[in-house]
Structures are given as C-alpha cells and as structure tokens.
Design a protein around this ligand. Structure first.
Ligand code: UDX
Length: 433
C-alpha cells in the first residue's frame, strides 16, 4: 500500500519505517529541516535500537521517502497518518494546534478519497474536530473518513513493539475505513495479533486509559515500597506475590523513583483535564501524579539520610535518561535529583550511555559537574554511587572493580537493579527493600 505519515517524531518515524519494512511505500513529511536532512541520509534524529538499520535499508530499497512538501504528501496516498506532536499546554490540556493545522492542509490539498488516521495521542472526540475541520475548510466535497489508531510503543523498544503489538486498536466509522485497516494490518493479524475495531472515540479513550492505568500501577507499587521500608519487607516479594495473580499481572510493578518520559506524565495530566472538562474529578490519577512526584523526594531524602551532608561530597551518577534504551530525558527523575544535588553543592560525575548530550543542555559542565564516557570513570574517588536509570550495562558491572574505584563503597540504587544479597562489601540501599 501507499502510506503518508505526517510528522517524523518518535511515533511518526517508527510508524513510517516499520510500514516500509512491511513492504509498503511510505512518504513521511517533516517540517524540521535539520531532522529531514539527517533522515534523508538514513540517520534518525532520535536514538532507538534497530531503527537506523531499518531506515537505511528501506531508503536504499526505495520504500521510504522524506519530504517537507505537505501537498505532495497528501496527494501521495489515500491513507494519511497524523503523527504530529500534541504537547502539554499550560493548563495541562493537550495542545492540538498541530493536529488542526494538518487537518486544514488535508482539506486544502486532498485530491480524492482520504482515510485520515490519528496516531498522536489526543483527547476523546478529537476525531470529530478533525472531521469538522476538514469539512469546513475543504476545497471540494471529496469523500473522506477519520479514524483513530493509537500507538502503544515504548521508547527504547519502539521498533520491537510496533512489530509485535499486544493488540492493534482501530477506531473506524465506515466499512471502507475498516477494510483499509484490515489490509494495512494484515501482516500482523495473519500472525495472530488481535485487531480490535472500535468507534474512533473509544480508540482515543483506550490510549489515555491504558497509559494512565500503567502509571497508576507504578505509583501503586511505589506506595507499597514506602510501606515495605517502614515494616521491613522486600517490595519485590510483594510485586511477585500480587503479580502472579493473572488479574493483576506481573508487568509494570517495578518499584523505584517513578515514571518519567514524554507520555505518562503528559497523558495522566491530560486525562485528568479531560475528565474535569466532563464534570468529573479523577482523584485517583491526581494521587498517581502526587505519589510519582514524591518518589524523587523520597530518593533525595534517602541520599541525605545516608550521606548526611551533600556539600562537597563526590557523587557518581549512573543513568540520566528517563528509562534505558533511549537518549530521552523528558521528565526524567535525574533532572530533579541532579538539580537538587547541584543546589546542595555536591561534586558530581555523571554517566549515561546515550543521554549525556541532551542532559548537558540542561546542566552544562563546570568544575563541580562533569560528564564521563564510561561508567567506571564516574566512580573514581566517589563517596557514593547513585543509580537513576536501569541500563543493562549497570546490572552487568564488575562489582569488585566498582568497589576498588570508590572512596567509600556506598550505592544508593533508585531502580533496584542488584539483589541485596549479592552486595556484600557495599553499603547498599535501594527502594522498598
Ligand atoms: C509508555 C507506554 O508504555 C507506551 O505503551 C506508550 O505508547 C507510551 O508511553 P514509554 O514512556 O516509552 O512508554 O516507557 P515505559 O517503558 O512505559 O516507561 C515509562 C516510565 O515508567 C519510565 O520512566 C520507567 O522507568 C517507569 N517504570 C516503568 C517504572 O518506574 N516501573 C515499571 O514497572 C515500569
């Protein structure tokens, strides 16, 4: 099939590349020239495992093209994915101005039937606005459908998630749209991945409900972790004990310093606002946010309790990205934690395999804050090591070497990456254990 993707951010670029990999012909339109220039050479402007190789291959084989020309893109195919940003506005609501702008461009340039598919995360009933906008601004009375097809991919495993979806949700209103979805996703349904057809409103709501539920699950286990510390129980035992119940499920019960990233914080906030706009107070999600924000404080209090005075202490920090497998630092716990330690006058050595360049923009290097190129260099002469992101390479660290390099063998682990029983010879602290 021929497919147009508008927006080459995380979702757009992964969607475009993976659809090309599946044998479709994809035209991806992106307005940021610097990103576009890299993409045309097969270099993604984001770090995502497996993406660069797949992009290069599909560029070479001629199945994916990039352009800034929206008219060309709209005329290219009858299937148009809207993958533009829906950032958080000051009120917490999603800012939908880019979605509106694309809808107006589709209205202006459409040259035949179009299936317009929202993939960006949007508030419920946004599809009605997209429909109304296209109808209002349409230069002709050509037929079109608007559908919702939310994306559930995780950063750091986006390509894998796209190719191995737990489910595909398609919110459609016409048989024509339904048939296009069946064809589009046939490579997945053939292999047994479920394609759930719903109304567009239900599909929009599924995305916010799913992300908020997962965020709530994390805050729930983090609250339990705090209780575990008070009563001397290991939170991992609780996670296992409740996770084995299939009704609860074992995933997303890793206690630690809480969630960050471009989705959970923004989507939970937006969902609270959506409920409020419909006269409902979503206290459950407000509490989810509160617990999550507090986990950073809990970690910092622990650091202070263990080190007493932070000023002039040499502290190594492992991990800056909001999660492993990405260079993304949006809403990363490391921002608050490093920020507070800087304020307290600590001497920091920071290491992250991918996210240091982004972090440097917020915290430039100075005599008290240095970035290093490998995890061991961060440890020289350190009074303590803080673990903020659970990269695999930290779990695989040579602990004897770690101990030798540090001035004091103190590890404060915000992600519970080591089994406490393996930490003899260290003063090892973690979350809820
Ligand atoms: C999330 C959703 O998982 C995905 O379906 C959606 O499309 C986009 O938002 P993402 O933000 O990339 O994906 O990462 P995810 O793996 O979900 O982790 C989010 C945050 O929660 C990270 O900061 C992670 O460290 C934290 N987390 C996750 C926990 O603290 N504990 C857990 O058990 C799981």
């Amino acid at each position: 099939m021929k497919i147009t993707v508008v927006g080459a951010g995380y979702v757009g670029l992964v969607t475009a590349t993976c659809f090309a990999e599946l044998g479709n012909h994809v035209l991806c339109v992106e307005k940021i020239e610097s990103h576009l220039n890299k993409l045309k050479k097969g270099i993604p402007h984001i770090y995502e495992p497996g993406l660069e190789e797949m992009l290069k291959k599909n560029l070479e084989e001629g199945r994916i093209k990039f352009s800034t020309d929206i008219k060309e893109a709209i005329n290219f195919s009858e299937v148009i994915f809207i993958c533009v940003g829906t950032p958080q506005s000051d009120s917490g609501k999603a800012d939908l101005s880019q979605v509106e702008a694309v809808s107006r461009q589709i209205a202006e340039f459409m040259d035949g039937y179009k299936l317009v598919i929202e993939k960006s995360t949007v508030p419920v009933n946004t599809h009605q606005w997209v429909k109304k906008t296209i109808s209002r601004y349409a230069a002709s009375d050509l037929d079109f459908d608007v559908a919702s097809n939310p994306e559930f991919l995780r950063e750091g495993s986006a390509v894998f998630d796209f190719m191995n979806p737990d489910r595909i949700v398609a919110g459609v209103e016409s048989d024509r749209a339904r048939q296009i979805f069946e064809e589009l996703y046939e490579p997945f349904t053939k292999k047994g991945h479920p394609l759930l057809m719903t109304s567009p409103a239900a599909a929009e709501l599924i995305k916010h409900s799913a992300n908020s539920f997962l965020a709530m699950k994390i805050s729930y286990i983090n609250m339990i972790a705090q209780l575990c510390e008070k009563v001397g129980v290991d939170v991992n035992m609780i996670a296992q004990g409740i996770g084995l119940d299939e009704r609860v499920g074992a995933k997303f019960l890793n206690a630690g310093i809480g969630y960050g990233g471009s989705c959970f914080p923004k989507d939970v906030k937006a969902f609270i606002k959506i409920a409020e706009d419909h006269g409902l107070e979503f206290g459950l999600l407000r509490e989810t946010e509160k617990i999550n924000a507090n986990m950073r404080r809990v970690f910092l209090d622990k650091v202070e309790e263990i080190l007493w005075i932070n000023k002039d202490k040499h502290i190594a920090v492992w991990g800056l990205a909001f999660k492993p497998g990405t260079d993304d630092i949006r809403e990363a716990p490391a921002i608050d934690i490093v920020g507070e330690l800087v304020k307290n006058g600590a001497n920091l050595r920071l290491y992250d395999p991918e996210a240091a360049a982004n972090f440097k923009q917020l915290f430039p290097e100075n005599e008290n804050l240095q970035y290093v190129n490998d995890k061991y260099s961060a440890l020289e002469n350190a009074d303590a090591l803080l673990i903020i992101t659970e990269w695999d390479e930290f779990q695989e660290a040579d602990l004897d070497r770690v101990k030798k390099l540090m001035k004091l063998p103190i590890i404060i682990d915000g992600r519970n990456i080591f089994p406490p029983e393996k930490m003899q010879g260290f003063e090892y602290y973690s979350m809820g254990r």
